[in-house]
Design a protein around this ligand. Structure first.
Ligand SMILES: [Zn+2]
Ligand SMILES: [Zn+2]
Length: 171
């Protein structure tokens, strides 16, 4: 038995259990992993989107940066595969649902989101509506640009570390 399955109380809370009114749920975004075992929907627009260039994101995503769109957990409902999820907490190095943690599909290992206490950092490339909703998902800034491995000249603010809490770097 995997350690991630020993405590399953997370299943009773958003975003894994939808606690709002199901009838009024209108999906704006539907996300799925590579293999399709896990699917979820979101009924709201993101509160913000960012590009993160930190070394942790680079390694954990296996990519030059992480594009995340931030949603309230209460606007999400899973439609498939809650039992297929695995978690990873990179500060304790444990595969447990201890927030904040990373969420993956157990079958294809697609990174699905970074789950915080109240917020869900989704990866918009998993959205079926990515092309049509690109403008709504467009990042407001670059984070940890001081750790970047690629230069991006897009005119967006570039913070050395956290948003509005660190110096900006010129393009
Ligand atoms: Zn999958
Ligand atoms: Zn990062």
């Amino acid at each position: 038995m995997e350690a991630s399955n020993t405590n399953t109380s997370w299943k009773d809370k958003p975003p894994y259990a939808f606690t709002g009114e199901s009838k009024s749920f209108k999906a704006k975004y539907s996300a799925q992993c590579y293999c399709g075992s896990v699917q979820y929907e979101i009924n709201d627009d993101p509160v913000d989107s960012t590009y993160c260039h930190c070394k942790g994101c680079q390694r954990l995503q296996g990519a030059p940066l992480q594009w995340a769109s931030i949603f309230h957990k209460s606007s999400i409902r899973f439609t498939k595969g809650v039992d297929q999820l695995i978690f990873y907490n990179n500060s304790t190095n444990k595969q447990t649902h201890e927030l904040p943690c990373k969420v993956y599909c157990r079958d294809c290992r697609t990174p699905l989101a970074d789950e915080g206490r109240n917020m869900w950092l989704a990866f918009p490339m998993l959205f079926k509506q990515f092309d049509e909703m690109k403008e709504k998902l467009r990042p407001s800034c670059h984070l940890f640009y001081g750790q970047r491995c690629v230069d991006i000249k897009d005119g967006l603010p570039k913070f050395e570390g956290h948003k509005n809490k660190s110096q900006q770097i010129q393009e």
